[in-house]
Design a protein around this ligand. Sequence first.
Ligand code: PEP
Ligand code: MG
Length: 864
Amino acid sequence: MANRYVYGFDEPTTGGRELLGGKGIGLAEMTQMGVPVPQGFTITTDACRAYMQERDLPDGLPDEVDEHVRRLEQRTGKRFGSDDDPLLVSVRSGAAVSMPGMMDTILNLGLNDEATEGLAARTDNPRFAYDSYRRLIQMFGEVVEGIDGHRFESALGSLKQARGAAQDTDLGPDDLRELVATYKGIYREETGTDFPTGARDQLLRAVRAVFASWDNPRAQVYRRAHEIADDLGTAVNVVQMVFGNKGDRSGTGVAFTRDPSTGATGLYGEFLANAQGEDVVAGIRTPQPIETMRSSLPKPFEQLLDTMRRLEEHYRDMQDIEFTVEDEQLYLLQTRSAKRTAAAALKAAVAMVEEGLIAREDAVGRIDPAQLDQLLHPMIDPKASLEVAAKGLNASPGAASGAIVFDADTAVERAKTGPVILVRWETTPDDIHGMIAAQGILTVHGGMTSHAAVVARGMGKPCVAGCDDLTLGDGGARIGEHSLQEGDVITIDGGTGRVFVGEVPLVPPQINEDFETILGWADEQRRLRVRANADNPEDATRAREFGAEGIGLCRTEHMFFGDRLPVVQEMILAETESGRRAALDRLLPFQQSDFEGIFEAMAGLPVTIRLLDPPLHEFLPAEHEATDDKLRARIRALQESNPMLGTRGCRLGLMYPEIYEMQVRAIARAAKAVQERTGDAPLVEVMHPLVGFREELARLRNLTESVWSEEAPEVEHLVGTMIEVPRAALRADEIAEVADFFSFGTNDLTQTTLAFSRDDAEGKFLTRYLEDGVLERNPFEVLDIEGVGDLMRIAVERGRSTKPEIKLGICGEHGGEPRSIAFCHELGLDYVSCSPFRVPLARLAAAQAALRESGAGSYVSAGG
Ligand code: PEP
Ligand code: MG
């Protein structure tokens, strides 16, 4: 049999979401549940992939579409293309992964001059008929022909002005008939052809356009930003029209089963009487809270409540629906797993466990760890008394300060030099690149479900929408009392809807009760331990508050700056070893007190201290800043062509052993002092960087042990190495003979394995590689599992073959990245270590890796 491309909503298939897309699978499942859904059918993603290959509809598809249209006609008793009682359909795109606003919808297909008259007569409602027709011409013109929507909007605006109409709904049937004529004129001017009158022609052209829109630039940008594969394709749903614009007993809305900003239980949404769906989503008219339906349309409202409860029980997750009421009859047009803020995801998950809807494992499994980042950023100090310049809707939480920009291209440009806030009347999918570049988004129009709000929540960016106190014009903005220009700084607080002029003080984030609860459940599941990278007592304390179980990397070079720098420079400039030792003696007490502070903060937990790593020239000024000849000569002597591969790491320790001796002495004294003072000895792990040869570590181990036995023989400690160069991974069996632990320094291991210098790659050829698709991800952010990961696997195997009990961890930045954490779990490492703010995220990601391994609670995308 030839490929089959079309399925009715009531026809079973095993292809699921991948084949039918999110919208299609939702419509099919709702049909099966007996939820009121319009009739219709889905053209599969297979057809889209075939279209992308052939640049045309695949053979057999038009016939299948005709066949399904015939079925629709039989069921509805209307005829597609009829002049008298026309069947009208919408065409709605729907990919397997939700891409809000990326793809397009066309409503009211099947109308032409005669059919509109027929519809007007049948419904006894010419206003409705012409309103539907003008919408078709506009949407068809925009989506199929790429006509700029503003042309239609401004024609509508002029007509309203001429008639003194405040709302679209104030226009009468004759006005709309006139508008149809104007729209047809625009269509003709822009395309050189007349608006197509054949229903079948309209439908097939619309299907083509939806398929083609999969590859439009804004869809590509969105996919790149969200790591969605380019070859998934979209399905197309052809749905019998139901009309929300038939009068006051009709309307359209969107609703969530819980509040998508906070997660609070209870119906949440918006409704517009006498309107079609795109009025709400486009933010053109500001909708009413859904509660208003309770009194205006009580029966459909009750039915809506009941349906939403059923949907949530069925999907066991928070749903986001679109619905239409036609003459008091409710229809659901879409249901999907709701996009939600991180706070809402946590609250809803905890509540659902309490309600018995899901298990704890499900709750842990369905929180997106990367999204938690939203909660782990600074917020506006709740105690600060601030002048609020304007207030809008709290569309997506978080605070952001930045320079105002008024368009997406400028946002991208200016974001290269500093944070920006994108300020718009409203956003459209064409603004997507600007939204990605901006720190936050502020719009004049639009509700909680406007494009700006939905997309910002998905991206985890602060957004204030519907800010009536803001006006734009003449290249500037008025916010309340203030006149502002591009580049002026504002702060927005998407959690409260407040807008401030200038920068505003921020405070560190707090982990709330829901967050604690979920993390507590995560801790029950995970096998990996989670440590933090911290170089000072404040970071160490914060890390413990976030649940860190030790320090996996304390970089000591940070302690060589500030008021210590002159002594460090003196040490570097000394011509003899004794000169260096004299300077180091003065540094020692500083180092010791640094370590004491950290050990006390970690009260008995393991602390890995990495001895000095960077090349010495980093502590000297640039040559042209040198104030005397001696300094200049030393700077020149230390210059290297490739410092990343030069005299750094353990090479430094072997060239200038007195530096490492001082550091070990300071560590041992600090450990002893803290043990005596507090009774809690830290479990110190002395770590040597950049080792490639067994002999390097063997010598440094001797150095460490001999100093340690002089200073604190009774204090427990370990000596180990970072694995940062491929040779160390390959000869891990030999190196393990002299190491108590390995810690994968995947920042350097990525540099040395790929032969990419990070500083020369990011922002340069690597950026280009990512744009051109040579690489899918930045290997400095997400571990290169096939390459760097393979070396790690070799190191683990070989290291354990010599020393089965060897302790293994990771302290490169990948230790805080969910996919890399999952890989570390799979390798059987003992711990991951990451920056303090990422510790909660790592706890969750580690639990999810364990759950996946046991086949439970896989992560469900909130994008559904
Ligand atoms: C590493 O290389 O992964 C590492 C943690 O060390 P640094 O980033 O300090 O080079
Ligand atoms: Mg390193």
